[in-house]
Design a protein around this ligand. Structure first.
Ligand code: V47
Ligand code: SF4
Length: 385
């Protein structure tokens, strides 16, 4: 945001000071972050966040060509917000699934000749699927499609795998890396504030363990993402505390690529009575994230969760990445009542979505190298299709 723009808002002294810091590229403090949530109105936050986004990326808006594999939804844990998992004792339920290894290889082969660059593998924590099983699975996936980037396993799955295999996080991650795993997704972070974590997901990995696992990944050269699950029973201070723990780790390692705010969806889970926050609150969340997380290069809106139109709006509130084409291959959000019941976008649709709001669509690989610039979409689409 330009200096003159600050004058257009009727700001308290404190908000004005924060705006001046942002314009001067200075880091804002925890208290200032909380104040932005408490007092910052949408247009003001949007102007600040958009200024940062354009300073960092111009109009470039990234997406990739990806698909998900969810090996099972059977899970030993019982997160209160999860619409997707089936406890082990519910194994016989009609909507519990366990893919066999061959099912998984068939999915990989079904993409032969298609231009996908990344597979995202996450699922429930199944006691029979351990470190060696997954290491072998990744090795075989890479034999079928060597160039595919494998982004796999949340810190929750990794903590369980390493504990069962009696190896340190670094040893476990090194085994997975040696078998071909390339990076870690950002799931499982939820909210780090221990009192809230205790209420919504008390039996899975702790906040410290989540952070240790990502630190270990960065130390062996595996990049990762980070998420926050917002819009349930957490406070604004909890959101900033969460982002601050991530910002501190990023200062140490520099290994995070993307921060992904995930809106709590209320469908079919044990805390449905909590309800959902408004789209305005979603946009405020993205904007404050862009302002606060000054050392995260990218901010992602995961469109299957918030829907295509809100994803378009987020591009004016700090977001510069909208994940990928996805190919109808994930169930986590559709089961929790998200807009997108069958998430799939063709390259043409994703390109149009970004262009409609005046941004430049760029296909990226998993570590943000630009693969194709679609801003002259006629020519690029012809070349791609
Ligand atoms: O950790 C579960 C969330 C996450 C609900 O790294 C819910 O690129 C909202 O992390 N309402 C897993 N959210 C998904 C995830 C992810 C998604 C896309 C891209 C990347 C990436 C990571 O899903 C879980 C949890 O926070 N989740 N249930 C729900 N009812
Ligand atoms: Fe299991 Fe993940 Fe669902 Fe928690 S969010 S119950 S760890 S599948």
């Amino acid at each position: 945001m330009k200096k003159e723009l600050i004058e257009k808002f009727d700001l308290s002294k404190d908000l004005k000071r924060i705006a001046q810091k942002v314009v001067a590229k200075e880091r804002i403090t925890v208290d200032e972050g909380i104040l932005l949530f408490e007092e910052g109105e949408l247009n003001f936050l949007g102007a600040l966040a958009n200024g940062i986004r354009e300073r960092m990326h111009g109009d470039a808006t990234y997406f990739n060509k990806n698909f998900h594999i969810e090996p099972t939804n059977i899970c030993v844990f019982d997160c209160k917000f999860c619409a997707y998992s089936k406890l082990l004792r519910q194994k016989g339920d009609y909507d519990a699934w366990e893919l066999s290894e061959d099912d998984i290889y068939d999915i990989i082969r079904s993409y032969e000749g298609k231009e996908v660059t990344e597979v995202h593998i996450v699922g429930g924590v199944h006691p029979k699927m351990g470190l060696q099983y997954f290491a072998n699975l990744i090795k075989n996936i890479k034999e079928i499609r060597p160039e595919l980037h494998v982004k796999a396993f949340t810190a929750v799955e990794l903590e369980y795998m390493c504990r069962k295999a009696k190896v340190s996080y670094k040893e476990g991650l090194q085994i997975l890396k040696d078998h071909g795993q390339n990076s870690l997704p950002g799931g499982g972070a939820e909210i780090f504030a221990e009192d809230i974590r205790e209420k919504i997901c008390k039996d899975k990995c702790s906040s410290d363990q989540w952070l240790e696992i990502h630190k270990a990944a960065h130390e062996i050269g595996m990049p990762s993402n980070a998420t926050i699950l917002y819009g349930h029973i957490e406070s604004f201070a909890d959101r900033i505390d969460h982002m601050n723990r991530l910002r501190e780790l990023q200062d140490q390692t520099g290994g995070f690529n993307t921060f992904i705010p995930l809106k709590y969806r209320k469908g079919n889970n044990q805390m449905s009575d909590v309800g959902e926050v408004s789209v305005i609150e979603d946009l405020r969340m993205y904007a404050v994230a862009r302002i606060f997380m000054d050392n995260f290069p990218h901010l992602k809106a995961y469109w299957p969760m918030i829907g295509r139109e809100t994803a378009q709006l987020t591009l004016a509130y700090g977001v510069n990445d909208i994940d990928g084409t996805i190919d109808d291959s994930t169930k986590i959000y559709s089961m929790a009542g998200a807009e997108e019941q069958s998430p799939v976008m063709t390259t043409q649709q994703i390109v149009e979505l970004i262009k409609q709001v005046g941004r430049k669509p760029m296909e990226r690989d998993s570590v943000y190298n630009v693969l194709r610039d679609y801003s002259d979409s006629e020519a690029a689409l012809e070349e791609a299709l």
